[in-house]
Ligand binder design. Structure first.
Ligand code: ATP
Ligand code: MG
Length: 412
């Protein structure tokens, strides 16, 4: 016997209840996003490697260690998308949409990162996300966050998540802060990890995002941006908070929130939960005014977030129920032929209907129960002759005779 094949490490099959949870998260997000005027975009799952190398910066963890890149048969370097913001910005530019701003975008789909798999961390995972492109006002930040909060609320997770908010300031704020950080981290360089020593050279803000325990102890004493904000940046942050309060979105300040990517400024936030251990961030985002220009477009302000569908699915306390079909149950050969017409009429009438491929009355009724049918439409020769069927409610056991022509309406 040949060896049994397994799913690739860090990937999962979504079947049955797992798939229903997953789809419920996406459907809910899609519905709520539409209320905020977002339109769904679908961009390719793989892109020119430069799309991500440019947008994520060549020092980010994602680019350095996590990308699935390959050379295709034509010699082009391609990468399975590790996130979608870069693709959305690339698409904005290549479709000439920088001429029709703002664009409000929703997306959902698989992402790929070569990570160490663990609970809530996979190599193929799924994100839902929102991007508001072409808006510099803090009202846009508040709106996109409110949209995320509404999705989490609608999923029944309002009590499980906390919005942690921070500002990364404008460029002058960030530069002053960076200088202070470099000074501080240089003084503590003997306690930093190898990776963070590299970050210290190339992008010291990233040290704040390190998951290394030793780094985290050093980070705990690092200077906060608060002390370096320009008045403009401070005002922007205050206005965002005022809008969030007005929208009824609760938040806490967390000066330790930084995004792992270079193009963020001003708003940075995460929705976190204590229910998923180390993988507690379910939704994360911020303002990235520099990215569209990085893709070769005009300077275009933008703000957005992405959320992990697997992590949200795990948090759902109640799985969406399995669908309950109507079982068509013929008794005898004459009825079997007539039952096919009934089956087709029910399906075309919008009703989920099933018929076993074989079996006597007893077997077919057993199967109807096994698949969780809500009702059985029982047809014998006598019923066929009179153009009726017996409809049995499988929850209550109540049975009634119904004209075949009325079945779709009665069962809807
Ligand atoms: P983390 O700090 O957990 O590695 P990240 O900063 O790399 O997260 P983002 O790039 O901001 O994550 O992605 C947004 C969201 O996507 C995360 O908050 C998380 O919910 C989800 N996510 C990211 N990477 C994975 C993964 N490998 N498996 C499952 N979900 C993920
Ligand atoms: Mg990560």
């Amino acid at each position: 016997m040949s060896e049994q094949l397994q799913p690739a490490r860090g990937t999962r099959d979504l079947i049955g209840e797992d798939h229903r949870r997953h789809q419920h998260v996406i459907d809910t997000a899609r519905r709520v996003a539409a209320r905020y005027g977002l339109e769904e975009w679908a961009t390719p799952i793989f892109e020119d490697t430069r799309v991500f190398a440019r947008s994520l910066g060549d020092t980010s963890d994602v680019v350095m260690k996590e990308m699935y890149s390959f050379t295709d048969r034509g010699g082009d370097s391609l990468t399975l998308r590790p996130e979608m913001t870069a693709g959305v910005c690339r698409a904005l530019v290549t479709n000439g949409l920088t001429q029709s701003l703002p664009q409000k975008v929703f997306y959902a789909g698989p992402m790929f990162r070569y990570e160490r798999p663990q609970k809530g961390r996979y190599r193929q995972f799924h994100q839902i996300g929102a991007e508001l492109l072409g808006t510099a006002e803090p009202l846009a930040d508040a709106e996109v966050i409110a949209c995320g909060w509404d999705i989490l609320r609608e999923l029944g997770l309002a009590a499980d998540v906390v919005l942690e908010l921070n500002t990364l300031g404008d460029r002058p704020s960030r530069e002053a802060w960076r200088t202070a950080l470099v000074e501080y981290f240089t003084a503590h360089r003997d306690k930093l990890s190898e990776d963070s020593l590299t970050r210290l050279e190339r992008n010291p803000l990233r040290i704040l995002d390190s998951k290394d325990d030793g780094d985290r102890r050093v980070v705990a004493g690092a200077p906060l941006i608060e002390g370096y904000l320009t008045p403009e940046a401070a005002t922007f942050y205050q206005r965002l908070k005022d809008y969030l309060t007005r929208f009824g979105v609760p938040f806490v300040d967390n000066p330790r929130i930084v995004r792992g990517l270079d193009y963020y400024g001003h708003t940075a936030f995460e929705f976190v939960t204590s229910r998923l251990g180390a993988q507690g961030t379910v939704m994360a985002g911020g303002r990235y005014d520099g990215l569209v220009a990085e893709m070769g477009g005009p300077a275009t302000p933008a703000v957005g977030w992405a959320a992990g569908v697997e992590r949200l699915s795990m948090l759902l306390t109640e799985a969406p129920p399995a669908p309950r079909p109507v079982a068509v149950v013929p008794v005898g050969e004459v009825a079997e032929a007539a039952a096919l017409d009934v089956l087709q009429a029910l399906r075309q009438g919008g009703i989920r209907a099933e018929m076993a491929y074989r079996g006597n009355l007893k077997k077919r009724m057993e199967r109807a129960n096994r698949i969780g049918a809500r009702a059985a439409v029982i047809l014998g020769e006598a019923e066929v002759a009179r153009g009726v069927a017996q409809v049995k409610d499988l929850a209550t056991g109540a049975q009634a005779e119904v004209p075949v022509a009325d079945l779709p309406a009665r069962l809807r």
